[in-house]
Each structure stands twice: as C-alpha cells, then as structure tokens.
Design a protein around this ligand. Sequence first.
Ligand code: GDP
Length: 206
Amino acid sequence: YFLRPWIFLRGAPSMKFLPPEGPPEVAFAGRSNVGKSSLINALLAQKGLARTSNTPGRTQELNFFVPDGYSGAEGDMPPIALIDMPGYGFAKAPKAQVDAWTELVFSYLRGRVTLKRVFLLIDARHGIKKNDEEVMDLLDKAAVSYQVVLTKADKIKPPAVARLVEETHGRLKKRPAAFPELVATSSEKGLGIEDLRAAIHRAVEG
Ligand code: GDP
C-alpha cells in the first residue's frame, strides 16, 4: 500500500469527529518541528500530503490518511490508516491549546481499539526531551505499543547517530509498552524510510 496513492480522509478536531473504527491504525506523534510532516510525505512518496510547516503547533487535529481506492464500506475497507497527530511541546502554546491537545490525544490513545502502534518521532539532534517522556508515560500507562523513530539523522554524523541509538535503547528498556527496536531516518536523504515501512507492515500485520 505504500506504492498506491494515499488520500487525506478527514481531520478530527475532537473525539466526535473520529472516523468509526475500521482498518488497523498507526499514529505518528512528536514535538512540533520534529519533521513529522516531512517523514509522512517521504513515507507515502507524496510531497504535499501532510502539510510541512514552519509554524509550530498549527495542526491541532488528528489527521487521517488512507490508501486510495476503497469505498470504506464493510468488505471494502482500506488495509491501513495512518494518523498524523498534532505536534506537542511548542513553548509558546497557550494553556487552552495544550489542554485541548491533551484531551484529544489522551482520549484517542486510550480508547482506540484498532490502534496498532504509535511511532514516536525524536529529533536526532535533541534526543528524548521531558515532554517526550510524558507522552511515553501515557503510552506505557495506556499499554499502547510505541516505537521510537529518530528524524533528521542527516544532521548529525553517523557515529553520533549510533551513540544516540545506543543511549535511547537503554532508556526504552525499562518502559513496558516501548518496542525494543528503533529506526533512524532522514526524509531529506531518504534514509531509513524502507525500514520504517517494514516496521509499519509488521505493526499492522502483527
Ligand atoms: P513537523 O512540524 O514535525 O511536521 O516538521 P516538518 O516536517 O514541517 O519539518 C520541520 C523542519 O525540519 C522543516 O524546516 C524541514 O525542512 C526540516 N526537516 C524535516 N525533515 C528533515 C530531515 O530529514 N533532514 C533535515 N536536514 N531537515 C529536515
């Protein structure tokens, strides 16, 4: 399904706008500016699909993408849905926005039976930050499987990537819902994109 064109299905600003549970879902989460839109566009090989923006904290919706060509009716369900979650950790975000984010994301993560795995994006230059830890705490508590994806790996030297992978492994060990493998990617250089596709396949089929 990564060879097919994908379409934007719908944006859900609150729980009542969520599409009904159907195909297995994988969700992408990360701090604002982590490179999430770029990675989704690289993954789906479609440039303008997820909006790349330098305005952090802009998308406050859960954006649903599916491969094109399915009616969505029973028996003609897409094999997967990909959810672009609103970024977090934008320092200047007003409290009301943070609260709205927390409410939407927490309810989705806690209650979504068809959610197979969350891919948690971490900027390779910065590593895991405090608000990433908070999201991991939530995922561990909700027993939602998650896998760390390093982004912008082209911005640091290969030995530094290797060190970060090693260090991150150590930090994930004590986390019950964390998937033990991580993927280092660069949307810019096309690094790790195939590995990430394979991880998504395994998450959806497993
Ligand atoms: P989002 O806010 O998480 O969706 O992040 P974006 O995808 O909009 O990317 C934020 C910024 O990081 C943009 O200026 C991108 O050009 C840049 N960026 C994203 N991915 C990469 C990458 O793999 N390598 C480099 N060097 N820059 C990237």
